[in-house]
Write a protein that binds this ligand. Structure first.
Ligand SMILES: CC(C)(COP(=O)(O)OP(=O)(O)OC[C@H]1O[C@@H](n2cnc3c(N)ncnc32)[C@H](O)[C@@H]1OP(=O)(O)O)[C@@H](O)C(=O)NCCC(=O)NCCSC(=O)CCCC(=O)O
Ligand SMILES: Cc1cc2nc3c(=O)[nH]c(=O)nc-3n(C[C@H](O)[C@H](O)[C@H](O)COP(=O)(O)OP(=O)(O)OC[C@H]3O[C@@H](n4cnc5c(N)ncnc54)[C@H](O)[C@@H]3O)c2cc1C
Length: 665
C-alpha cells in the first residue's frame, strides 16, 4: 500500500527550506565522513540480514514467544558481532550501539537478553580480573563459549550495595568459596539475561574469610551446565516476570544453596584472598564499583540517541500532519506551525546536541581516568564518579521526559505502539532507575560538591567545579547571551551548594548527627547537584560549538540550537534565577522573546536537522517518522497486521456476544 519512492509533499517542501548541508552535519555527528560510512555499513550488515526480520510485530507475541524470538535474534546478532571483531570492526562503543543502543533497539525493540554479556560481564572481567583471570575467562567470553551477566542487585537491596546479603565464605580446607543466599531478600533480582539465557554470572557477594566480613566482592559463578543448560545443583534461577518495558531482556532471579566455586573465581585484580584465607586489601574499595561508572558513562550516550530518535519521529510527523486553523478560512496548517508545537519539539532537538557533547566529553574523560587508574593514580576518580552520576541522572530523566513530550506531540497516533514512541519511552525510563537510581546518584554528586565547597581554596586539580572559586557576591548584570546564562546557572549552582552546606551545618550545630542533617537537607542537595549538572551541560555545549570548525551556514544553526538550549534551560529555572542572580521580571520577558525568536529561526531547518541525524527507517521503526512521511498508509498497513483482522468475525461473537445479545432481546 505504501507508494515506493513517493515522498510526502510537505516533507519535500521542508527539505527545500533547509539552509545548511545536512550531510555536513551527519558527518560531524558521526565524527567524520569515514565514521558515517562505517556506521552505515554496520547498519546495512545488521538491518538487511533477512534472518533478523520478524514475521509478526513483537507486540502480538506472548511473553514466552517474545523471549524466544529475542534469543533467536540475539544469537544471530552475537554471531555477526564476532564476525565484525574478526574483521577488526569491533570496539566497545560499537558493541553498546549494536546490542542495546540505537541499532540494537531497532532489531530488538523490547530489549536483548544477551546484552549484559558485552556491556557488564566482559567489562567486569577486564576491570576486576587479574592478568591470569583475564587470560582464562576473557577469551571464552569473547568467543561466546560462555554467556555471562552481572548479578549485583537483590530483592532487598539495589541502591545500598553494602547491604547486599549474598555471602561468599572462604573454605581454606578445599580452597573454595561457598556462595549462599541466607534470606529471601538476598536473592539476586533484576540482572538482564539471568532468567534463562546466561550460563555464567559475575556475582557480587559479601566476602567472609577467617570469620571476618570484608564487604562486597565480585565472583565468577557458573549457573548452568554448559551442555544441557540445566541449572547446576544449589542454583535456584528464573525470570522475574513482565515489566513496563524491556520485556525480552529476561531479567532474572538467582538464589544459592551452599554453592562451591574455586578460590580463583574471585576476581582479584584489586583485592585478594590467598590460599590460606588471608585477605589482601585493594588500594581503594571503590574500584569494585568500576563497571557501574562505565555503564553510567554509556547511558548518557544512549539517552542522547533515544531522544534524537523520538524527536525525529515527532518532527517529521508534525510536518506532515495538518490540523485546525490558525486564521479563519485559511487551510489547515502543518501542526509544526503552532508555536506551542515548536516549543515541544525544538528544545528536544537542542537537548540532543547538548547531551551528545556532554556524552563525548565524558567518554574521553572516562578513558583518560581509566588509564590513570591502571597506572595506580586514583586522584581523578572522585570527580569522574561525581560527574558521571549527575550526567547519567539528568540525561536519562530529561530524555524520558523528552520522549514523552514527543509522544504527546503526536496526538492520538503517538499512543499507537506502531509509532514506536511508547516502547522508546519504556527503554528510556528504565535508565532513570538502573545503574543507580537518579536521586541516589544526584546525592552522590552532592556529596562531592559539598566536600569541594568546604575546601574551595584548592580547586586547581578539578575541571568541572572551577566556578566554585568565583566570588558569589560579584554579580554580572543581565545580558541576552549564553555566556550570561552560563554565569547565572553557575551562580545558581554555587549558591545552592552553599545553602545546602550551610543548612547541614546549622542542623549539626543544633545537635543533629551529620548524617541526619544530611538527610534533612537532601532536597536542597539534590537540587544543587542538578543545577551543577545543568550548568556543566550548557557550558560543554558552548565550549564545543566555539571550537567547531564547520561551514558558516551550519555554524549559524548550531549556535541557534545552543542559544535555544541555554534560554530553554534558563526559563525552566526562572525561580532560581530570580532568587540567585540580579535578573528582573523584565529581563525574563527578554529571555521569553528570545526563545520565541529562536523557535522561528529554527523552524525552516527543523526537518533538515532531524534528517541530519540520518536514522534509517528500520531504526526509527515508526509509522509516523519514516523518511518519506507516508504516515497514514503506514498506520493502515500496520493495523492490517493485527491478528484480529485475519478473520472478519472473531469466535468470541459466537461464544459470548451472540448469547448476550440474544439474552437481551
Ligand atoms: C549509592 C552508592 C554509591 C553508595 O555506596 P556506598 O559504598 O554506600 O557509598 P557512600 O558511603 O555513599 O560513599 C563512599 C565513597 O565511595 C565513593 N563512590 C561511590 N560509588 C563510587 C564509584 N562508582 N566510583 C568511585 N567512587 C565511588 C563515594 O563518592 C564516597 O566517596 P567519599 O567517601 O566521599 O570520598 C552505591 O551503593 C551505588 O552505586 N548504588 C547504585 C547501585 C547500582 O548502580 N547498581 C547497578 C546494578 S547493574 C544495572 O543496573 C545494570 C543495568 C544495565 C542495563 O540493563 O543495560
Ligand atoms: C530494567 C532494569 C534492569 C536492571 N538490570 C540490572 C542488572 O543487570 N544487574 C543488576 O545487578 N541490577 C539491575 N537492575 C537493578 C537496578 O540497578 C536497581 O533497581 C537500581 O540500582 C535501584 O535500586 P532499587 O531498585 O533497590 O531502588 P531503591 O533503592 O529501593 O529505591 C526506591 C526509592 O528509594 C530512594 N532511595 C534509596 N536510597 C536512598 C538514599 N540513600 N537517599 C535517598 N533516597 C534513597 C530512591 O531514590 C527511590 O525513590 C535493573 C533494574 C531495572 C529496572
Amino acid at each position: 500500500m505504501i507508494k515506493k519512492n513517493s515522498i510526502n509533499p510537505d516533507l519535500v517542501e521542508e527539505r527545500k527550506k533547509c539552509t545548511f548541508n545536512t550531510l555536513e552535519l551527519t558527518h560531524l555527528l558521526d565524527g567524520g565522513a569515514k565514521k558515517t560510512e562505517e556506521r552505515k555499513s554496520r547498519e546495512t550488515f545488521f538491518l538487511e540480514d533477512p534472518q533478523l526480520q520478524s514475521k509478526v510485530p513483537l507486540e502480538y507475541l506472548s511473553h514466552k514467544e517474545k523471549y524466544e524470538e529475542a534469543v533467536r535474534k540475539a544469537c544471530i546478532i552475537f554471531g555477526k558481532v564476532q564476525e565484525l571483531q574478526n574483521q577488526g570492526r569491533g570496539g566497545m562503543d560499537n558493541f553498546r550501539e549494536i546490542l542495546g543502543g540505537q541499532l540494537g533497539s531497532a532489531i530488538l525493540k523490547d530489549g536483548n537478553p544477551l546484552t549484559l554479556h558485552y556491556v557488564m560481564f566482559i567489562p567486569t572481567l577486564m576491570g576486576q580480573g587479574t592478568m591470569e583471570q583475564q587470560a582464562e575467562w576473557i577469551q571464552k567470553a569473547w568467543n561466546c563459549d560462555i554467556i555471562g551477566t552481572y548479578a549485583q542487585t537483590e530483592l532487598g537491596h539495589g541502591t545500598f550495595i553494602r547491604g547486599l546479603e549474598t555471602t561468599a565464605t572462604y573454605d581454606p580446607s578445599k580452597e573454595e568459596f561457598v556462595l549462599h543466599s541466607p534470606t529471601l531478600t538476598s536473592y539476586k533480582w533484576w540482572p538482564g539475561g539471568l532468567g534463562h539465557s546466561a550460563n555464567y554470572a559475575v556475582v557480587l557477594a559479601q566476602l567472609y574469610t577467617k570469620g571476618k566480613c570484608y564487604g562486597i566482592h565480585p565472583f565468577i559463578v557458573q549457573l548452568r551446565d554448559e551442555e544441557t543448560h540445566q541449572p547446576l545443583p544449589g542454583i535456584k534461577i528464573g525470570e522475574i516476570g513482565c515489566k513496563l518495558g524491556m520485556n525480552s531482556t529476561n531479567n532474572g532471579y538467582l538464589g544459592f544453596d551452599q554453592v562451591r566455586i574455586p578460590r580463583t573465581n574471585m576476581l582479584m585484580k584489586n583485592s585478594q584472598v590467598l590460599s590460606d584465607g588471608s585477605y589482601v586489601k585493594s588500594p581503594s574499595s571503590k574500584l569494585t564499583y568500576g563497571t557501574m561508572i562505565f555503564v553510567r558513562v554509556v547511558i548518557v550516550q544512549d539517552a542522547a540517541h533515544y531522544l534524537r530518535k523520538a524527536v525525529t519521529i515527532a518532527t517529521r510527523y508534525s510536518a506532515v500532519r495538518h490540523q485546525s486553523q490558525i486564521k479563519p478560512d485559511a487551510p489547515e496548517p502543518q501542526i509544526i506551525d503552532f508555536v506551542t508545537q515548536q516549543y515541544k519539539l525544538f528544545p528536544q532537538i537542542a537537548t540532543y546536541f547538548a547531551f551528545q557533547y556532554s556524552a563525548t566529553w565524558l567518554w574521553d574523560v572516562y578513558n583518560n581516568v581509566t588509564s590513570e587508574l591502571e597506572a595506580g593514580q586514583l586522584e581523578s576518580l572522585p570527580e569522574l564518579h561525581a560527574v558521571a552520576c549527575c550526567l547519567k541522572a539528568v540525561s536519562s530523566a530529561d530524555a524520558a521526559q523528552g520522549v514523552e513530550i514527543c509522544r504527546l506531540a503526536c496526538g492520538g497516533h503517538g499512543y499507537m505502539t506502531s509509532s514506536n514512541l511508547p516502547s522508546t519511552y519504556g527503554l528510556v525510563t528504565a535508565m532513570c532507575t538502573y545503574e543507580g537510581e537518579n536521586t541516589v546518584l544526584l546525592l552522590q554528586t552532592a556529596r562531592f560538591l559539598v566536600k569541594v565547597w568546604q575546601n574551595r581554596n584548592n580547586l586547581e586539580k578539578f575541571t568541572t567545579v572551577k566556578y566554585l572559586g568565583n566570588d558569589l557576591n560579584r554579580d554580572r548584570p543581565f545580558q541576552r547571551s549564553v555566556e550570561w546564562i552560563i554565569y547565572a546557572l553557575q551562580q545558581t549552582a554555587a549558591r545552592k551548594i552553599e545553602l545546602a552546606n550551610r543548612h547541614i551545618n546549622e542542623r549539626v550545630q543544633k545537635g543533629k548527627a551529620y548524617e541526619d542533617a544530611w538527610n534533612e537537607s537532601s532536597i536542597e542537595l539534590v537540587a544543587a547537584a542538578e543545577a551543577h549538572c545543568r550548568s556543566f551541560i550548557v557550558e560543554t555545549f558552548y565550549n564545543t560549538i566555539n571550537e567547531l570548525k564547520v561551514s558558516k551556514e551550519l555554524k549559524v544553526v548550531l549556535v541557534q540550537l545552543l542559544n535555544l538550549y541555554g534560554v530553554y534551560t534558563a526559563l525552566r529555572l526562572t525561580g532560581d534565577l530570580l532568587r540567585f542572580t540580579s535578573i528582573t521580571g523584565k529581563d525574563i520577558e527578554t529571555l521569553q522573546a528570545w526563545l520565541e525568536e529562536l523557535l522561528a529561526l529554527i523552524r525552516p531547518n527543523a526537518v533538515g536537522l532531524v534528517d541530519s541525524f540520518d536514522i534509517r527507517d528500520e531504526v526509527l521503526g515508526s509509522t509516523l517518522g519514516a523518511y518519506d512521511g507516508n504516515v497514514y498508509e503506514r498506520l493502515f498497513e500496520e493495523a492490517s497486521k493485527s491478528p484480529l483482522n485475519a478473520e472478519p468475525v472473531n469466535k468470541s461473537f459466537k461464544l459470548y456476544l451472540k448469547p448476550f445479545l440474544k439474552a437481551n432481546l
